[in-house]
Write a protein that binds this ligand. Structure first.
Ligand SMILES: [Zn+2]
Length: 164
């Protein structure tokens, strides 16, 4: 009986609630999961960079293809490779905040989360990025609210399926 109830709960969560999570921001947080459009489009996003081996090459290939994408960068990597981030900006790509050091935010204090986000945002601003900066939580997406600090700071997170 208990096993059946657990299985039903998991099934309902996986098949009903989670796929429709964008309809319940009071439960899951106010985050982008998808954008309604009649166009046949995809959004390409890349996490954890900039990486000196690949990021600039990927950015150039996408720019040549006319496919501006979003690069969710880590602050500590931006600090090491600011030239790559400036190249991405020149190529017309969007930049997103993927925290400073890629920690799991589940057990972090609001002050720590705020520091992770603001330090990365500040560095991107120092490099001249003036557009809105979306945020993507590192590691597993938060199931209930991605980041209480985000709503207090006016940050709307975007979700990745899973990021390690
Ligand atoms: Zn990541």
């Amino acid at each position: 009986m208990i096993v059946g109830a657990i299985a039903l709960t998991i099934f309902l969560f996986d098949r009903v609630l989670w796929p429709n999570r964008y309809l319940a921001p009071w439960v899951f947080g106010d985050a982008f999961y998808q954008v309604q459009t009649d166009e046949k489009v995809v959004a390409l996003t890349f996490d954890d960079g900039p990486d000196p081996r690949y990021t600039a090459q990927i950015g150039q290939i996408l720019a040549d293809a006319g496919a501006p994408s979003t690069f969710f960068v880590m602050g500590r990597h931006v600090e090491q490779h600011p030239d790559i981030v400036q190249t991405l900006m020149a190529q017309g790509h969007e930049l997103g905040n993927h925290t400073w050091s890629h920690p799991s935010l589940k057990a972090k204090s609001p002050a720590t989360i705020r520091q992770e986000l603001e330090a990365t945002d500040d560095l991107l601003r120092d490099l001249g990025y003036t557009e809105a900066i979306p945020f993507r939580s590192p590691l597993r997406p938060q199931l209930v609210h991605p980041c209480p600090t985000c709503s207090n700071s006016g940050i709307r997170p975007t979700f990745c399926g899973r990021c390690r």
